[in-house]
Ligand binder design. Sequence first.
Ligand code: LMR
Length: 394
Amino acid sequence: MLEVLKPQPPDKIIELMGLFAADPRADKLDLGVGVYKDPQGRTPIMRAVKRAEERLLKEQTTKSYVGLLGDLDFVGQMRGLILGDTVAPERVVGAQTPGGTGAVRQLLELVRLARPGATVWYSEPTWPNHPAIIAHVGLAARTYRYFDPVTCQVDGTALREDLADLAAGDVVLLHGCCHNPTGANLTLGDWADLTALIAERHAVPMIDLAYQGFGDGLAADVEGLRAMAAALPEMLIAASCSKNFGLYRDRVGAAFAVAATAETAAVTKGALAALNRVNYSFPPDHGAKVVAIILGDPELRADWEAELADMRETMLQLRERLAEALRRETNSDRFDFVAEHRGMFSRLGLSPEQVAALRAEHGIYMVGDSRINIAGLPPEGLDRFARAIVTVGG
Ligand code: LMR
């Protein structure tokens, strides 16, 4: 049986992790995978996470199963964090999932269950796992242009032109904030226009929310999402706690479906539970319980929010300082967009050859489309990085 298997195409982010690990150079620089690093280059366990884990270790009395939808306290807390009070709670159902990827997968399975002929539209470019999972579950896909490679900003005209082809029943996959890989985000005006278009076409938005709190703030990062949720009958949301709680390896995420009525929501809840059952039965508890403890405890929550704000501020300052260094080294303002982008990533607009030269000649690793992880930049290494970009003709 196994002899018929063909080699799988590599995921470019995962492939890059392997290449970086194998590079023996001591001064190599990892700007690849999206993992937060503090100014000392560490990926810390957040203070509130440590304290919640200590509490859990002391107080937990059983490791018995929780439930197919996971920890409902976690699901409810996450619903509040994302949607606030914009949608009546009885119209929202959620399931705990292993990471944001698990949520994307389960929601696309839900789409296939409800509407197998749906076309899923995703931004060009997007996170490589989006098209991979859409293809894996067997849904049709189309892309919409998103990014202007010259200005390195959202191409609102192209986006609107392409989505004008949206048909009834289609699903539009959007990044809630901190667009991955570009760092270029929709304005509230864009969100309003998309809301009107999606309503007019009877399409359904699916929001991938992997970086809430990494852009402008916990509430600011979901302003567009909330406005859309308040106006539309249906929405799907895939949320991740990997980045904003630093729980990468613990795999903590949640899949939400906003339904038009409480009755439809109840049936959808059953579908999410059934999908969990056939995929992995019960989602892993530990990380989700930690998040539920933090969000439910005013003191821990305040500390988490404060540390998250520090992380965000670190990235915003790195953006400002990198834009300044690039301005100095290139003697131009063409990289000023770096300071305007938000979240963990920026796409710099370099060619694949320039990206390859940065890796070969300078040991600087970024994804082939010139996406950099801003948090991976050492604060004292910004000039070196800017100079390297100039030497490869950037
Ligand atoms: C990334 O885009 O680097 C992260 O979301 C990690 C991943 O799973 O790809």
